[in-house]
Design a protein around this ligand. Structure first.
Ligand code: SF4
Length: 220
């Protein structure tokens, strides 16, 4: 990796909003959405991040983040780990005192990230069409600081999530699990019923920002 790759990122959008997902849902949060993704999930809601972007240095991104005046920042995508500069950016955010979240699609090693980063690891279920791309050592490497997200399109995805939670002992390891229904594909009430029936140790996650603003609105 050249030093230029480490210090320059291809950025799709920068915005402050209300965190819509994770255990920090509801908190004001700054978002750095990096462009490009190595997967193509069937239900992807951020395909606008596949191509469009602009080059920014870590210093330029930090200057934008500072203007928001928020202690919580998330690097997301696209797939942030597809860009080598993501690691330098995470380091710089931590050094500047931000609580730093990185949401990743799980297909690339998360071990490259600094220890203090809070990793939100998507575990792709069969309904995404991308479950065979998962880098499973990522799940073993998680700590109680990290979180796991399953996006569910149907009952088979729910069963897959339950089995994966058991196989990796997520609850025993204190790792928060988030179950998020695909809008217009899986009814939240149905998911709630399954979770109550099984006494699941996980959170039902609705994308809060899509309830505050129109579901297809960008930059929120
Ligand atoms: S990993 Fe995320 S950005 Fe990439 S295709 Fe899947 S949902 Fe879309």
């Amino acid at each position: 990796m050249t030093s230029r790759q480490a210090l320059t990122l291809y950025v799709n959008e920068l915005f402050s909003s209300i965190q819509g997902e994770s255990t920090r849902a509801g908190l004001p949060c700054g978002f750095i959405r990096l462009a490009g993704c190595n997967l193509r999930c069937a239900w992807c809601d951020t395909s606008h991040a596949f191509e469009d972007g602009r080059d920014m240095t870590v210093a330029e991104i930090l200057a934008a983040v500072k203007q928001w005046g928020l202690p919580l920042v998330e690097i997301t995508g696209g797939e942030p780990l597809a860009q080598p500069g993501c690691v330098s950016l995470a380091r710089a955010l931590l050094a500047a005192g931000y609580t730093t979240l990185v949401e990743t699609n799980g297909s690339l090693p998360v071990a490259v990230l600094p220890e203090k980063v809070i990793r939100i690891l998507d575990i792709k279920c069969p309904g995404s069409g991308m479950n065979d791309r998962m880098h499973w050592p990522n799940v073993e490497a998680l700590t109680a600081r990290d979180e796991v997200k399953f996006v569910l399109a149907h009952r088979a995805d729910y069963d897959y999530a339950m089995e994966t939670m058991r196989r990796y002992s997520l609850a025993d390891r204190g790792i928060a699990a988030l179950l998020s229904p695909v809008p217009n594909r899986l009814d939240a009430q149905q998911l709630a019923a399954w979770m109550l029936e099984d006494s699941v140790s996980a959170r039902l996650q609705l994308q809060l920002h899509k309830h505050i603003w129109p579901p297809d609105m960008r930059g929120v």
